[in-house]
Design a protein. Structure first.
Length: 137
């Protein structure tokens, strides 16, 4: 799943993280438009508003992620991005088999996160998705 981010990171010196996010979303929209043919679907005002808000949320999320990986290693950024859904899974799981999958996911997170000495090189601003300096200067 991170192959796209690895390729996209190569564009940072040319267009920067926000430009890379915009290009990735643009090409994703082209592919979805070709595959789903939305021109056959009639959208009303409420539906267009939902599509617009969803697009803004997706664009913002992707932009923050790319700004983050401009200073934070990809594995660490992915692990941090995954912690939100992970916490939801922990809090809402009821069956014992769910906790087996949670334990495996926690092991995966531990393997991705730089712990101890390796964590010293992590930019706190990048990890918090609040970049103080843009990584493409």
């Amino acid at each position: 799943m991170q192959a796209g981010a690895v390729i996209a990171k190569q564009l940072f010196p040319v267009v920067g993280p926000p430009g890379t996010a915009a290009l990735r979303l643009f090409f994703a929209a082209l592919v979805l438009g070709a595959l789903l043919r939305p021109r056959r679907t009639r959208l009303n005002t409420v539906t267009w508003r939902s599509v617009f808000v969803y697009g803004l949320a997706l664009g913002g999320m992707k932009s923050f992620y790319y700004v983050s990986i401009s200073t934070v290693p990809l594995g660490a950024a992915t692990a941090l991005e995954f912690t939100g859904p992970f916490v939801v899974a922990v809090l809402t799981s009821r069956r014992s088999v769910d906790f087996v999958w949670i334990a495996l996911a926690a092991l995966g997170l531990l393997l991705l996160l730089p712990i101890g000495h390796a964590a010293a090189g992590i930019d706190g601003a990048g990890a918090a998705f609040r970049q103080r300096r843009w990584g493409w200067r």
